[in-house]
Design a protein around this ligand. Structure first.
Ligand code: URP
Ligand code: ZN
Ligand code: ZN
Ligand code: ZN
Length: 451
């Protein structure tokens, strides 16, 4: 053995048990009571939880829109991930234009990540209009270890519903999972034009410009398309109780429909947009109501939503404040580093989720859905030794000064936490401990997904 973690409480999707964890050659070798140290390094983790490394299945590092590039690149993004107990991130490969082949965009993105990533990573392949019919390219992407596609129902990259339907059919044949940003383009375009005509362009109007009905309609449309194609589908960043209910209804009929939400949709409301710092909270879809927060928690606990990821897409206050209206303010917020501590304090401690449910939505379910399981998402013999040592008694008031994002701010400033990651191991190597990052750029590996 190389390392034995002694005396902790091991938490998996199935159970919480008092057990030691032994690591050899970067893999978990054994989990059980009183494992012999046999010359290995021993770490006393009495009173600590051991979680599988968290998987943030929705991040945007070094994402460029025109001249605007996100504050966190692959290095700072994965460094802050390590500091939050996240050992695998799944980002996106997006063609620079519809003329760039999918596989070329994928290789470009893999090269960037390979040089800079400090934790392991996978990718989702963004499919732009026209690519949905190129089955050879889609098959090549899947063969390369990227078994999930991403499409949008709005933005410039949007696909028509017809095109999404054709992609769903190909994805079914290829065994890939189509993930969809769901906001109805017609509804939000009409609403935006009304607000502009009324002179209501301040970021305070952001939530009104993208109403709940837009999300719910797009989710229903996409679920119907998946049904026609006989395909599974995954809805990213569900922000409304109505959207979650549509997913729950399809699942109630036994359909393979999956949903993801984010900490900000569980914990914040659209009232944030009214304040002077409103731009800093601007993301799409927007924040909603306290009622939506509670409905999303309920659907998570019930299993109708399977994943919590962050949609980490960070800009500095300077970049955000360059926006003059809701429609030209850079959209997106930082989140990876606070994912686990927020879910623990406001999910587990508040009694909304059990410990195994939290591990499911943060690690086991994303690993299964994106074909990384059982290498990732579990603490079991043979899995990668990606381990979070979590101190449930550590009290922290969240503040940007202690976080590691190049954004320089957090939308959860001042949130009181009880429980915080104390150490993070990536394939058996200590990459974070007690506030200090100990990893290195380039140490992260691409983990091919196989569904
Ligand atoms: O506002 C957001 N969420 N920006 C990132 C891109 C996306 O839609 O997920
Ligand atoms: Zn999106
Ligand atoms: Zn996103
Ligand atoms: Zn590597």
């Amino acid at each position: 053995m190389d390392l034995v973690l002694k005396g902790g409480l091991v938490v998996t999707a199935e159970r919480v048990e008092e057990a030691d964890v032994a690591v050899k050659d970067g893999k978990i070798a054994a989990v059980g009571p009183d494992l012999p140290p046999e010359g290995a390094e021993v770490r006393d983790v009495t009173g600590r939880y051991l979680f599988p490394g968290v998987i943030d299945a929705h991040v945007h590092y070094w994402m460029a829109i025109g001249d605007l590039v996100t504050a966190d690149d692959w290095f700072t993004g994965t460094r802050l991930a390590a500091c939050g107990g996240v050992t695998t991130v799944i980002d996106y490969a997006e063609p620079a234009s519809p003329a760039e082949p999918l596989t070329a965009s994928l290789e470009r993105r893999l090269k960037e990540a390979g040089e800079q990533a400090c934790v392991d990573y996978g990718l989702h392949q963004v499919v732009l209009p026209g690519h949905e019919d190129d089955e050879r390219e889609l098959a090549a992407v899947v063969a390369r270890g990227v078994p999930s596609f991403k499409v949008f129902t709005t933005y410039n990259q949007r696909l028509s519903l017809d095109a999404i339907g054709r992609l769903l059919e190909k994805a079914r044949r290829l065994g890939a999972l189509v993930t969809v940003h769901c906001e109805d383009h017609g509804i939000i375009t009409a609403r935006k034009e009304e607000l502009i005509a009324a002179g209501k362009t301040d970021p305070a109007y952001h939530a009104l410009s993208r109403p709940e009905t837009a999300e719910v309609k797009a989710i229903r449309d996409v679920i119907a398309l998946a049904g026609k194609a006989g395909a599974s589908v995954y809805i990213v960043h569900v922000s409304t109780g109505g959207g979650a209910a549509a997913i729950a209804a399809a699942r109630g009929e036994g359909r393979p429909v999956y949903g993801e939400t984010c900490p900000h949709y569980l914990l914040l409301t659209a009232e944030k947009y009214a304040g002077p710092e409103g731009r800093l909270y601007l993301m799409c879809p927007p924040l909603r109501t306290a009622g939506d927060n509670e409905e999303l928690w309920r659907h998570l606990a019930a299993g109708s939503l399977q994943v919590v990821a962050t949609d980490h897409c960070s800009y500095t206050p300077r970049q955000k404040n360059a926006g003059t209206a809701f429609y030209n303010t850079p959209s997106g917020v930082p989140g990876t580093e606070t994912l686990l501590p927020l879910l623990y304090s406001f999910g587990v401690r508040s009694g909304r989720l059990t410990l195994p449910q939290m591990v499911k939505v943060l690690a086991t379910n994303p690993a299964r859905l994106f074909g990384l399981y059982p290498r990732k998402g579990d603490l079991a013999p043979g899995s990668d030794a990606d381990i979070v040592v979590f101190n449930p008694r550590k009290e922290v008031v969240l503040t940007a000064a202690h976080l590691h994002s190049a954004a320089g701010y957090t939308i959860f400033e001042g949130f009181p936490l009880q429980g915080y990651p104390e150490a993070t191991y990536l394939r058996g190597r200590l990459i974070y401990e007690g506030g200090r990052f100990l990893g290195r750029a380039g140490d992260g590996c691409f983990i091919p997904g196989r569904r």
